[in-house]
Design a protein around this ligand. Structure first.
Ligand code: NAD
Ligand code: HSO
Ligand code: ZN
Length: 439
């Protein structure tokens, strides 16, 4: 058994090797941009006609109508297995519970007597949700995006997802959409779907913010349309997991977790970090064993080639490494997992202890699975209720409030040489004193 062929093993790496450890297989941004820009331009200029061409080219389907009809929703509901429907409903309930808990109470505060400030969360009216469907129909992503969009109160919710080779959408995606009360579902995927939601076409309405993960084309398209003023959620690219484990971990559990993200795509990356050599060896053996009967073995195997098993000296070093890497998902499978979790500074979502598998967060624990990848977890959060609202600030100054604050504003405006700013105050203060407008 030669597992070093799958995942590169690093034993007690020097600090000088860290940049290699933290490296992710980078997409060729230039090549991606030159593939994606013409798609965006074509959809912007030619709307549905361009969508038809790209859908034929990339998805192999000739479609005349992109919108999912009522009879297709009906057929999907009938063909979706009962136990799957039940599972989707339970996951939806948990995701709802967790995201409802994010509703903020905004307090009104008086910063000075007569000067009151407050904030209100206002839903983004038009949002577009991208549900990946290239290599797997990720209906769970629709739950992760649709539930908070609904709770936030977004009034127009557009869903785009690639058609299957027979021109339909996977029944689980349509059942989920129906359960969430989302009826605007379009059979368009890839960069062309992002362009359609950004610029609008004859059949697909333009939105103000685009959400959802996807492959490199989708992620590049989101970043490019953002230059045209459409908001995007976050860079959610190829899936990743880092597992920090000690000798108390079950190697079979850890291997299953690593493979669960490796099977997403050949560009996924997984990291094993431990200070126990025997555990490292046992996990690697398990990975090799479990790989043999994995239906998506070829994909996972390729992803493992990008992946690393790292033997560190101490738990401290494990955490430092993980914080520097900023994984999308971090599993801490250690005896004192909760204490270690307190010291996580960079990660999308953290799974604590031997029974908190990452798939729980992918589907049904309640947390959101749309998370920052590629190191963006250093500065970005995953999708949450906040992602679907704007927080508008309000203030009200009474005459007394302005009397108190006015001189401060005048002084500050003067120091910036902005006399119109100053006048906006002085003209009012003078009016309060003399009841006349000073010209
Ligand atoms: N970070 C997260 O939160 C998160 C969550 C779920 C999934 N993911 C990731 O999402 C990705 C899903 O990717 P996918 O490919 O399965 O589905 P996808 O829906 O993102 O992409 C499929 C589309 O790509 C387009 N496409 C295919 N080949 C093309 C080409 N040569 N040129 C231009 N466009 C092309 C097609 O139009 C197709 O419809 C995976 O990498 C997975 O790891 C990430
Ligand atoms: N792990 C993915 C996020 O990186 C989400 C997902 C959807 N289905 C299964 N997994
Ligand atoms: Zn997953």
């Amino acid at each position: 058994m030669n597992f070093s062929l799958m995942m590169k093993i690093y034993r007690n790496p020097e600090f000088s090797q860290w940049s290699e450890l933290l490296h992710r297989p980078a997409a060729d941004t230039r090549a991606l941009e030159s593939a994606v820009l013409p798609i965006l331009e074509a959809v912007k200029l030619r709307g549905d006609a361009a969508l038809r061409e790209y859908t034929a080219r990339f998805d192999g389907v000739a479609l005349t109508d992109f919108s999912v009809s009522e009879s297709e929703f009906q057929a999907a509901e009938e063909s979706c297995p009962k136990d799957l429907k039940k599972a989707i409903r339970l996951a939806q309930k948990n995701i709802e519970t967790f995201h409802r808990s994010q509703i903020e109470k905004h307090e009104e505060v008086e910063t000075l007597p007569g000067v009151r400030c407050w904030r209100r969360s206002v839903p983004i009216e038009r949002v577009g949700l991208y549900v990946p469907g290239g290599s797997a129909p990720l209906y769970s992503t629709l739950l992760m995006l649709g539930v908070p969009a609904r709770i936030a109160g977004c009034s127009e919710i557009v869903v785009c997802t690639p058609p299957q080779p027979d021109g339909t959408v996977h029944p689980a995606i349509l059942f989920t959409a129906k359960t969430l009360g989302l009826s605007k579902v379009f059979k368009v995927g890839g960069a062309q779907a992002i362009a359609a939601m950004a610029y609008g076409t004859e059949s697909i309405p333009a939105v103000y913010k685009i959400f959802g993960p996807g492959n490199a084309y989708v992620t590049a398209a989101k970043q490019l349309v953002a230059r045209d003023g459409v908001a995007i959620d976050l860079p959610a690219g190829p899936s990743e997991v880092a597992v920090i484990c000690d000798a108390t971990a079950q190697p079979a559990f850890v291997a299953a977790d690593l493979l669960s993200q490796a099977e997403h795509g050949t560009d996924s990356q997984v990291l094993l970090i431990t200070w126990d050599e025997n555990t490292l060896k046992a996990v690697m053996r398990e990975v090799e064993r479990q790989l043999t009967d994995l239906p998506r073995r070829d994909i996972a195997q390729k992803a493992l080639e990008n992946s690393k098993a790292i033997l560190v000296n101490t738990p401290d070093e494990a955490l430092q490494l993980s914080n520097a890497y900023a994984p999308e998902h971090l599993i801490i499978a250690c005896a004192d997992a909760r204490a270690l979790a307190q010291r996580v500074t960079n990660a999308g979502s953290v799974f604590i202890g031997h029974y908190s598998c990452e798939s729980a967060g992918d589907y049904a624990s309640g947390t959101n699975h749309t998370l920052p990848t590629g190191g963006y977890a250093r500065a970005y959060s995953g999708v949450s209720l906040d992602s679907f609202v704007k927080k508008i600030t309000f203030q009200h100054l009474s005459p007394d409030g302005l009397r108190r604050l006015g001189p401060v504003i005048e002084t500050m405006a003067e120091a910036e040489n902005l006399s119109a700013h100053r006048r906006a105050v002085s003209i009012r203060l003078n009016y309060l004193k003399t009841n006349t407008i000073d010209r």
